[in-house]
Write a protein that binds this ligand. Sequence first.
Ligand code: ADP
Length: 493
Amino acid sequence: MRKILFVASEAHPLIKTGGLGDVCGSLPPALTKLGDDVRLLLPGYHDALQVAGRLRRVAQLTLPPFAAPVNLLEGKLPGTHVKCWFIDFPAAYDRPGNPYLNTHGQDWHDNASRFALLARVAVVIALDHAGLSWRPDVVHAHDWQAGLVPALLSTHTPRPATVFTIHNLAYQGVFPHATFQSLTLPHELWSMAGLEFYGQLSFIKGGIAYADRVTTVSPTYAREIQTSEFGHGLDGLLRHRAAVLSGILNGIDDKVWNPGRDPHLPAHYSRQRLAGKAQCKAHLQTELGLRAEASVPLLGMVSRLVDQKGIDLLIAALPVLLQQPIQLAILGSGEHRHEATLRALAAQFPEQLAVQIGYNESLAHRIIAGADMFAMPSRFEPCGLTQLYSLRYGTLPVVHHVGGLVDTVVDCNDLTIEQGTATGFSFQATEPEALQQAVLRALLLYRKPRRWRVVMRQGMQQDYSWMHSAAAYQELYDELLAAATKFEALTPP
Ligand code: ADP
């Protein structure tokens, strides 16, 4: 049995702002099912502690630079047997709402200190210095918020093996050099090969430069980030680490995303019995104030409203798209300028365009189930989960041909339809016209319901269960552990 410590800033259903939360909420239980002993370390955010239920204090730590004690609370990831440890330190985490941003949408001023604390606690647990009588074989840290974990652990021997997963390279946790000093991080970590990034402190470099293995959430993204186009300034370092860098595709949590028993839906359906999907569509149209017409194709989108997700491309494509007999249902929140534009367009085209600004887990499920097509015109996409959910829910994804979208969506054309591999529509150029063309191609196929259903069923039968991905992570852990054992065997006593 491998002992794995997951260190992350989100895990569904405790706290989630995007795909990171989905992954850290579903990969640990999948690994547990395969026999591993996985424990999850999270900041004790106000909202997460509310959801967590009964907790007990299992340790009290003193961690510089804080004078006050840091408590460790133990509970379970709801609905699973995965043990969860929360860092109870109200001064850092007792704030409702978004874990990273204040109510004005700005980063919390003390994010560096909040996530350095996460790393420090992780190190104490990893070295079995927290009095928990548990020492992990592998510490698996996720995204920049946990980036300091591999860096800090690298200063200790012996130590567990470390894996760092990049869920999104665009978010790096970069702070002024003064923050490096105020956090009293070890001096040896400050170098161009270490945490320094053009004179500043980079949390994500702590993961990329120091982890024994670095992964991303899709094979294509693992290749793309080694290029200057997608490398966000870190492509050189990533090329340098290419030998330990790989991509493992995310999976879907079948308990949460299954059209056959999804509690958020008004009706259920499956690949064999599709009737419930039409009911989901009619219900969604009514819920969003659109005319409940079965024959009008409905394009959905559930997304953070940021340039990464190509929302500006969709907005620019709308004037042409809205000339077609089509309805659109968009749910999202993010940059105010995109929110405002979408609201204005919805007011202008109330018959065709429904926009809901905000974060609404339940409505997200109903859009993905009720829509015929799902738009994902992302500029870059580390993996993308909503296209996987759409495939599962028989909603044909319309995607930009990048990152995880390349690995998961097969474009519809005569050949792929004939071969039975087509699952959606993809476009190459990062241009509104390319997106328009892809949607227009989808609308053409929509007029051939029998063909449409063939593609729909092809998507629904794809197996993106977590078990595949979890097994791939296990393989990676085993490689690391085998390497560590070999090294120990070679080291003289
Ligand atoms: P990212 O992590 O880049 O935001 P992913 O596709 O990997 O993108 O994951 C996004 C997750 O967040 C999905 O589970 C999606 O349903 C959810 N999501 C995004 N925006 C919203 C929203 N406004 N309301 C509800 N769920 C949302």
